[in-house]
Design a protein around this ligand. Structure first.
Ligand code: 0X9
Ligand code: ZN
Length: 300
């Protein structure tokens, strides 16, 4: 039932994760790491031949509800890994992969059924009766009060009542905190802009090894051009997107100490924006997979 000719429902995505788990029970483990305000499961699939010793890579999508190309890309990455696991290069098979296609299932469902351009989750505000949702990418516990987020619950970039106030943020932060040993990469897929960006976002400073992160991102961008012809720009986050606190990327670098941290802004550059037509899913997903491959190779 899963395919990349169209955007899929949460149910289809979760069924696909279960299907992969059933097909490769020896190397897959399916976690429910928590539930949303709406009672939906938060699901993560682990792929590993050696969970005890492997270096780890985390990949998530769907932090923002309307960015449908993100869950589509992350499930595509899952398919690229699992359709031919035995023939993957060593640098892929010797990693432990954690894959979470939809971090914000309540928002995704709401965007699919009620309001296409919804961004946040769907938790109700206690201080503003008619306003819903927190921007999960402003709710992580780093630079939470810095600029680029809002304390107004009606805002699209509402940071929440406190860091980790949201069930989704809390579940991911707790899950990853327990697994930070050997966690070498954190990749998070968004749209749009065709960017590969790395910390920091919460302050106008580069990380010490920014040259390494820039070089790996450049390599990914060059490979993407070769494969699909689409230009991606590699850069420091605050320089191209402005300062914003509370992001999952900064949190994984600043709090967990993960080295290879990237936010990938997938297609396009604004022509269709968040409403990317389904005919572009496959090539865009190949671009997302190319970033993951390149980072996996860099971890070595
Ligand atoms: O603003 C965001 O959260 C991301 N852009 S989007 O249009 N997909 O909403 C960019 C995230 C960059 N990283 C941080 N701001 N920490
Ligand atoms: Zn986003």
């Amino acid at each position: 039932e899963m395919n990349w000719n169209d955007y899929q429902s949460l149910e289809t995505i979760y069924d696909y994760m279960r299907e992969i788990r059933a097909k490769y029970p020896d190397i897959c483990r399916l976690y429910t790491i928590g539930h949303t305000y709406g009672g939906r499961e938060l699901k993560v699939l682990r792929i590993s031949e050696n969970p005890r010793d492997n270096k780890k890579i985390w990949i998530d999508g769907g932090i923002h509800a309307r960015e449908w190309i993100s869950p589509a890309t992350v499930t595509f990455i899952l398919s690229k890994l699992m359709d031919d696991w035995e023939n993957q290069p060593k640098y892929i098979r010797e990693l432990t992969w954690y894959i979470m296609p939809v971090m914000n299932p309540d928002g995704y469902q709401y965007s699919r059924t009620v309001n296409r351009l919804w961004r946040k989750n769907r938790s109700p505000s206690t201080i503003r009766a008619n306003c819903f949702g927190v921007d999960l990418n402003r709710n992580f516990d780093i630079g939470w009060t810095s600029q680029g987020s809002s304390k107004d619950p009606c805002s699209d970039i509402y940071r929440g009542s406190a860091p980790n106030s949201e069930l989704e943020t809390k579940a991911v932060a707790e899950f990853l905190s327990k697994r930070k040993y050997n966690l070498e990469a954190y990749l998070t897929y968004h749209s749009y802009g065709q960017l590969i960006v790395y910390p920091w976002a919460f302050k106008a400073v580069k990380v010490k090894d920014a040259n390494v992160l820039q070089r790996v991102a450049n390599t990914a961008a060059e490979r993407i051009i070769q494969k699909t012809g689409t230009p991606y720009k590699a850069a420091v986050t605050h320089e191209v997107l402005g300062i914003a606190g509370g992001g999952s990327d900064d949190w994984s670098r600043g709090v967990l100490g993960v080295k290879y941290v990237y936010t990938v802004e997938l297609r396009d550059r604004g022509l269709n924006g968040f409403v990317l037509p389904p005919k572009y899913i496959k090539d865009t997903a190949i671009e997302g997979w190319t970033v993951a491959e390149t980072v996996a190779q860099a971890i070595g």
